[in-house]
Design a protein. Sequence first.
Length: 161
Amino acid sequence: MRGTTALTPALSQRERELPLSHREREQDSLSLWERGSSLSLWERAGVRAERPRLPATRSPKGPLPPATRTTPGRQQESRSKASPLEPYKVILHNDDHNTMDHVVASLVKSVPQLSVQRATEIMMEAHTAGKAVVIVCPIEPAELYRDRLQGCGLTVTIERD
């Protein structure tokens, strides 16, 4: 036992208080970090992600059923019957918290299609009328613009056009 105590480093007060598993994880992550490991930050922290498994060609009960095939003509028919993307309005509401300059800068930064002049017009309309339409677009970009503008501290909603 004397030989092993000389090889183990002295533990700090904090390390002595940690359970063994935490100490091992900290030492392991530090040693990986010091070695310049190619592991990600999550892997160094001890988080293990499962790798996706490929589907088996055979199940334990027998072969998998054959894949269904579709003809190109049928796919084209279903595409032509699909309705176009519905337009949504991104609406800016007036508030007493943000300055006019901040609103214009946030509009220009968050919605790339807007010029400074158009952003100023939208800001003035929201200031005088209480709300203004920023842009009309499909739902996904509308949600993106709403989230960006809300991240700047503005009050923004989405409505169907």
